[in-house]
Design a protein around this ligand. Structure first.
Ligand code: PMP
Ligand code: GLN
Length: 379
């Protein structure tokens, strides 16, 4: 029931990126932009490398960054966070997730997970001794239904782990779905860990609704963010965690023995970046939205059924008509046509969804057009 890590398969992102390298494929699998991120944010990191101490920063993060995080979320999401007590810097959202699960799950606690789920979640929950209880979200709407929550929540529920916006289905949960979930968290006294790394990557004027901001959730939500997504710099691995002081005290105990801290020049640069004006954020969304539309048009032109994408770097297509399951389909296109994608079944533990394939559109027009052209030769 608690598999050791030696029994785990390799993550689908590494597998597909390795195949992409092997076959010289255009990699629309693993989610990363092919640009360099904002010049001024990278310049801030370069400057800080020379000018700021390169020794251990404070365990909770540089004060300048924690202050910038609190100000950022006040401005963009109306949250009221105390930078000294309720904000912590981590080495990526991945550390924040691992730390939160190690810190908050006691062996035997039940953890509610929504599938499709990001591939790190289940191994971490199990390694922490948690007992997963799955809610299966289904295409095309991926809605959270009350009956499904009623089946999995009980007095044994300790943690709920939600990703919003949701990778890989590119769903942005409606306020009603979040309110429903918050009702169950309060009723069963559960803590919500909300992975909101995609919070700024939402399209068509949608707002991002932070779960922590919902009534009654302030004291029971751990909010996780990532500079990698906000600045299209996925290699930076600068994450943030926000939670009320009693939860933060526990979370910091995990962080102190996981990484303790995060490179100081990157922290300074992220502090600078978070303070950028609204034009950066709306511009980033608009540009990614255009890329989404471009890839969607290209793929529908080839006869794919393209599912809606409300947020994230991704869109999914329904390949039911092609006579292959998603894994076979992805293996075939990477080998035969030189385009890498991700089979969405990798994000399901229990569900039987094998007809969706995820493509990353955070790429230049030339890359997207070339990928569509390559696929067009086969179908
Ligand atoms: N959670 C989700 C849902 C993600 O999609 C990702 C990365 N794409 C992460 C966490 C990891 O973020 P980081 O690179 O900051 O560790
Ligand atoms: N989060 C990225 C994605 O969904 C991949 C991150 C990773 O490779 N671990 O594609």
């Amino acid at each position: 029931a608690h598999p050791v890590f030696s029994e785990l398969p390799e993550t689908v992102f590494e597998t597909m990126s390795r195949l992409a390298r092997q076959y010289g494929a255009i990699n629309l699998g693993q989610g990363f932009p092919d640009g360099q991120g904002p010049d001024d944010v990278r310049a801030a990191a370069a400057r800080a490398l020379e000018q700021v101490s390169n020794q251990y920063p404070p365990m909770m993060g540089l004060p300048s960054l924690r202050t910038a995080i609190a100000a950022h979320y006040r401005h963009h999401q109306g949250l009221d966070l105390d930078p000294e007590r309720e904000v912590m810097v981590t080495s990526g959202a991945t550390e924040a997730l691992a730390g939160a699960l190690m810190a908050l799950v006691r062996p035997g606690d039940e953890v509610v997970l929504f599938e499709p789920m990001y591939d790190a979640y289940l191994p971490l929950v199990r390694r922490a001794g948690g007992v997963p209880r799955f809610v299966t979200l289904r295409p095309p709407h991926f809605r959270i239904e009350e009956t499904a929550l009623a089946e999995v929540f009980s007095e044994r529920t300790r943690i709920v782990l939600l990703n919003n916006p949701l990778n890989p289905s590119a769903t942005v949960f409606a306020r009603e779905d979040l309110a429903l979930l918050s009702h169950f968290c309060r009723r069963f006294d559960a803590v919500a860990i909300c992975d909101e790394v995609w919070e700024h990557v939402v399209f068509d004027g949608r707002p991002h609704v932070p779960l922590l901001g919902l009534p009654g959730m302030r004291e029971r939500t751990v909010k996780i963010g990532s500079a990698g997504k906000i600045f299209s710099l996925t290699g930076w691995k600068v994450g943030f965690v926000m939670a009320c002081e009693p939860l933060m005290r526990i979370l910091s105990r995990a962080h102190q023995f996981l990484t303790f801290t995060t490179p100081p020049n990157l922290q300074e640069a992220v502090a600078y970046g978070l303070s950028k004006d609204d034009a950066y954020f709306t511009g980033m969304r608009a540009e990614l939205g255009r890329s989404r539309d471009r890839l969607a048009a290209g793929l529908s032109g080839l006869g794919f059924t393209v599912m809606p994408s409300a947020g994230t770097y991704f869109l999914t297509v329904d390949i039911a008509g092609f006579g292959l399951d998603d894994t076979a389909f992805c293996e075939r296109i990477v080998r035969e046509r030189g385009v890498a994608a991700i089979p969405v079944s990798a994000f399901y533990e229990r569900g039987d969804v094998t007809n969706l394939v995820r493509f990353c559109f955070a790429k230049t027009d030339a890359t997207l057009d070339a990928a569509v052209a390559r696929l067009g030769d086969v179908f």
